[in-house]
Design a protein around this ligand. Structure first.
Ligand SMILES: Nc1ncnc2c1ncn2[C@@H]1O[C@H](COP(=O)(O)OP(=O)(O)O)[C@@H](O)[C@H]1O
Ligand SMILES: [Mg+2]
Length: 459
């Protein structure tokens, strides 16, 4: 963050310095031995290519930004301004050359300004982005006024010794060259400041695809972060994840904002995803208790959460109530087993729900309660009891959750059936692959054995 502001300050000085130099140069009368003697009004026309190309840069650079990332765009923009300085230092004998330098400067400034907000988003925690943006605006204006001050300073350091008709009034032609090279140096420093400020944000090239989920394509790891496609629900989900960390629940990734490609950034949690290949990590009673405790801790931590005003959730399946913001997909495929911290991932479908609705779903996945002979267990009742005891279900809750077990899996089946009928992806594909049948079969397995579950929980 400090680096981004430093880049803005230095860049602001450089950009405004060149603007000052060129307009002053154009207005200097021929009497000085250089200059074009343009009136203030005509000199203002020199600004036209500056504004026009600034506008063009705003239009054409977003595509570039998606390709190379905002921080590289920012550094490249500083280099473009540097090129304008170099051109002005080397060639300013006719108006056309001035106009070209102005056009290049305009493009560089436009592109620099367009890239800055995305860089700030990427380096600032989400709660602080708006204050960071406005602070950066202030830094920018300070840079601009310093820029013209630096111009005045360098130019006044040398007065032309023998300017006919007005000795000593105008800066020597050579001092414009000096000022221009100083400006070029300033822009080089700005580009370096950008590179340093954003070096912990690997932009491209180091994206490692993370497979395993059914839903999101394009989940990648970048350094110690995960990038996932964002949606209208992302701000609400990030508010939820920030809350969980603020109240000391660490069984979830921490949100780090939005990257320069518009993806959400989360902390990467090293470890092993328990499903489908590592369910043996949950065979032991201690391990199952660990999961139940984690769910209980999440539910207790979320109880004090007030969603931000106008929060939008991706509520896929209507729950049986809204006492908490539930996860809605607490399952071994969203559990990372690591030492010492276990964590649930994939919070995209967090939405209003109830503790029991969330827990009924988790029981299905973690016992598991399944018709599939490959996973079915003859100690299912005991594991169910272990989860209920560890979670700390009351007698009332035990009675209430029994019918919910089948209703929850049935709701999954109904949801997939509806999405498949409407051809909505990725669910239609899951339906095709037999997920609907599996949820249906599990529902039958669960409802036919309700007396077992009753016996296990209340017996
Ligand atoms: N925060 C994270 N830390 C570590 N790995 C993650 C994280 N988020 C996602 N992954 C990996 O990416 C895979 C898919 O991510 P997930 O968020 O579950 O997406 P999906 O919506 O496809 O289920 C996971 O199985 C896991 O391997
Ligand atoms: Mg997942």
């Amino acid at each position: 963050m400090a680096g981004a502001n430093l880049a803005m300050l230095i860049g602001g000085i450089g950009m405004y310095l060149l603007l000052t130099l060129i307009t002053r140069f154009a207005q200097t009368p021929h009497a000085a031995g250089y200059g074009f003697g343009l009136s203030t009004f005509v000199a203002a026309l020199v600004l036209v290519p500056f504004s026009a190309l600034g506008f063009v840069a705003g239009k054409v650079t977003p595509r570039l930004r998606r390709r190379i990332g905002a921080s590289r765009q920012l550094a490249a923009s500083a280099v473009v301004v540097l090129a304008a300085f170099a051109l002005f230092a080397l060639a300013r004998s006719n108006i056309t050359e001035l106009l070209i330098a102005m056009a290049i400067l305009g493009f560089g400034v436009g592109s620099f300004s367009a890239a800055m907000p995305a860089v700030i988003l990427a380096v600032t925690p989400e709660e602080e982005t708006s204050s960071a943006m406005s602070f950066n605006q202030v830094v920018r204006s300070v840079g601009f006024s310093l820029g013209s001050a630096v111009g005045g300073l360098v130019l006044s350091a040398s007065r032309t010794p023998r300017s006919p008709g007005g000795a000593g009034i105008f800066p020597a032609n050579g001092s414009y060259t000096t000022a221009a090279w100083i400006g070029a140096g300033i822009m080089a420093i700005s580009a370096i400041a950008v590179a340093i400020a954003t070096k912990e944000l690997p932009m491209t090239g180091t994206e490692i695809p993370l497979a395993g989920g059914n839903m999101s394509t394009g989940v990648v790891r970048v350094g110690d972060t995960v990038r996932r496609p964002a949606g209208p629900w992302t701000p609400a989900v990030h508010a939820l994840l920030s809350h969980l960390h603020a109240v000391g629940f660490h069984g979830a990734p921490r949100p780090l904002g939005i990257d320069e490609h518009g993806r959400e950034i989360l902390t990467f949690i090293p470890g092993t995803v328990a499903w489908p290949d590592h369910f043996h990590l949950l065979h032991g009673d201690g391990q199952l208790r660990h999961v139940a405790r984690l769910i209980r801790e999440f539910h207790d931590a979320v109880a004090g959460f007030t969603p931000p005003p106008g929060a939008q959730w991706q509520a896929l399946i209507p729950a049986d109530g809204d006492e908490i913001i539930a996860h809605h997909d607490l399952a071994p495929w969203n559990l990372i087993v690591s030492d010492p911290r276990w964590a649930f991932i994939d919070w995209d479908t967090a939405a209003p729900g109830t503790r029991l609705w969330d827990l009924a779903y988790a029981i299905h996945g973690f016992v598991p309660l399944t018709a599939n002979p490959a996973y079915q267990r003859n100690d299912a009742s005991r594991r169910l009891r272990l989860i209920a005891d560890t979670y700390g279900l009351t007698e009332r809750q035990r009675l209430d959750i029994i019918p919910l077990l089948g209703r929850r899996t049935q709701a999954m089946h109904a949801f997939l059936a509806k999405q498949a009928a409407q051809g909505n992806q990725p669910w239609a594909q899951l339906w095709q692959e037999g997920h609907g049948d599996a949820w249906r079969a599990d529902t039958d397995y669960i409802t036919k054995r309700e007396h077992h579950w009753h016996q296990a929980l209340l017996g």
